[in-house]
Design a protein around this ligand. Structure first.
Ligand code: NAD
Ligand code: G3P
Length: 316
């Protein structure tokens, strides 16, 4: 919708032929965004070759853990000079690669032709054309500027950034902190807890980012604080909602069963912790989320452990 509203011709790939047909005939995607009318500039197809043909930008928005497999099939279909754009906010399990690294690894396209779009961009609000800012990041600023033009609309305001590492980490780790805040909400804890988790969550995200060569200022921008605040405040966030259900006492299996869309932090909390250990960075909130989500630690016990860590200066 954003690209079409900005004047681009968009071909949307859908896995199911019947969904592509529904999008074309009704101009809606009733399974995911009921009630939202898609602009004329969006056409759907179930044929990835048709979607990829001659594309100036190939925008990738599949779950982070399926990207590698999807791209392996799509790489031969990509237009020769296309810019690959990641909307995904996750880290690959096992390799601990960021999404742009997975894209480079599979397609062998150089980092100057790989960009990301991130920031406080809850899909439902974007689809309602509510005002939002975003970050378009690419190592090659000229490419970021081209993409900025391609997605700039009266309601969607993209800023450029060349710190791809920082922007990607901001997006992936905020999902983990969103889970933590959701768990606290579900336990009935209040806004002091939320403010503390958001701030200390941003501190551990920044520590990891700096260890990986990111610019610390990125984390006070849209890809860091901006997205963290949106995710941790909103009932529209899948990660936040997933955490709230866990905090209310639902089991992991029950929570997965009621979650219809991708909550990236559920898997990426493990890969973020993996990254932290590879870079020797302390990430206590991420570790706590892994403990609750994957090791069956009761939230009450996890909170006690987090609060009884040794006292230390704030800036360390
Ligand atoms: N929804 C948002 O508000 C939002 C905003 C910004 C970024 N993102 C990011 O976008 C990415 C995708 O999230 P989403 O909101 O579109 O999730 P979603 O669950 O709504 O949609 C994921 C899509 O991927 C498809 N899919 C699932 N498994 C697949 C597979 N094996 N191969 C190919 N396609 C598959 C699903 O059919 C679905 O169409 C995530 O990384 C998320 O963090 C989402
Ligand atoms: O629904 P979530 O938790 O995946 O969050 C969506 C977007 O990333 C918010 O910017």
């Amino acid at each position: 919708m954003v690209l079409a509203d900005a004047g681009c011709d968009v071909t949307l790939w859908a896995r199911r032929a019947e969904l592509a047909e529904t999008v074309n005939s009704t101009r809606t995607n009733p399974d995911y965004l009921p009630g939202v009318e898609l602009p004329e500039g969006v056409r759907a197809t179930a044929d990835p070759a048709e979607a990829a043909a001659d594309a100036d930008f190939t925008v990738l928005a599949v779950p982070s853990q399926t990207l590698r497999g999807n791209l392996a099939a799509w790489t031969p279909l990509l237009a020769p000079d296309t810019v690959l754009v990641s909307l995904m906010k996750g880290v690959e399990l096992g390799s601990a690669m960021r999404m742009s690294e997975v894209i480079e690894d599979v397609t062998k396209v150089g980092e100057d032709r790989i960009a990301i779009v991130t920031g406080p961009n809850l899909a439902r609000e974007i689809a309602a054309r509510q005002p939002a800012a975003a970050v378009v990041a690419c190592r090659d600023e000229a490419v970021a500027q081209r993409l900025q033009v391609a997605c700039h609309t009266p309601y969607f305001r993209p800023y450029t950034n060349t710190d791809v590492v920082g922007c990607e980490l901001g997006g992936a780790v905020k999902n983990v902190i969103g889970l933590a805040v959701g768990i606290a909400d579900g336990m009935g804890l209040g806004d002091n807890t939320k403010g503390s988790l958001i701030t200390r969550g941003l501190a551990e995200t920044t520590r990891l980012g700096m260890a990986m060569g990111a610019d610390p200022l990125t984390f006070s921008g849209l890809a860091g604080l901006g997205d963290l605040v949106a995710t941790c405040s909103s009932p529209l966030s899948r990660n936040h909602t997933f955490g709230t259900n866990l905090g209310k006492g639902m089991t992991l299996e029950e929570t997965i069963a009621v979650t219809k869309q991708t909550a990236e932090g559920v898997k990426s909390c493990e890969s973020v912790l993996d990254l932290a250990r590879r870079h020797d960075v302390d990430m206590p909130i991420t570790e706590t989320v892994v403990g609750i989500v994957h090791e069956g630690k009761p939230p009450v016990v996890a909170v006690k452990e987090l609060m009884s860590r040794s006292a230390k200066p704030e800036r360390r």
